[in-house]
Design a protein around this ligand. Structure first.
Ligand SMILES: [Zn+2]
Ligand SMILES: [Zn+2]
Length: 162
């Protein structure tokens, strides 16, 4: 007789906020990803994509512009915006529409869940939370699959307690 054990699917609270080991994506890797997607690697494109691949903060256009402009004085907000549009069209990045009032950007184009802190506005990746399969149908085309959670992050919980 064989005994079957059902292993419950449990997410311990700590694993909810697991930040995976992230290795730095080099400029060379960024250039080769751009080339593979058929994008010619101009200075601004390399800068914007490199920033998104290495800063997992889900920045807005403005955040990216302010972060890059000291080292790229000729960079304009419009160039950042147009570069993001191109990277989105080539599915190298994804947009995160967690609020109606802002669009944030993510260097990881794979579908994953997000948590937004309503205190400090940080957005955290929840890679341990399973996302539903994206339905394929001729009746509709999915453009923006999102799994979003809202709450208070660990830092803010500690600040609120203090
Ligand atoms: Zn917070
Ligand atoms: Zn993300």
């Amino acid at each position: 007789m064989t005994l079957h054990y059902v292993i419950p699917l449990v997410f311990p609270p700590s694993s909810f906020f697991t930040i995976p080991m992230l290795t730095e994506i080099t400029k060379e890797e960024v250039i080769s990803r751009l080339r593979n997607a058929g994008i010619s690697p101009s200075g601004p494109r390399i800068a914007v994509f490199h920033f998104l691949c290495n800063n997992h903060i889900h920045p807005t256009v403005d955040t990216i512009f302010h972060a890059l402009s000291p080292e790229n004085p000729t960079l304009s907000r419009t160039t950042v915006y147009n570069t993001l549009k191109l990277l989105l069209a080539k599915k190298l990045i994804q947009s995160v529409k967690i609020e109606d009032t802002e669009v944030r950007f993510d260097g990881n184009p794979a579908f994953h869940a997000h948590f937004k802190c309503r205190q400090c506005d940080c957005i955290i990746d929840l890679f341990d939370v399973p996302c539903p399969a994206i339905p394929q149908s001729e009746d509709f085309q999915i453009e923006l699959p999102q799994v979003n959670f809202y709450g208070i992050c660990r830092n803010c919980q500690q600040k609120l307690k203090a």
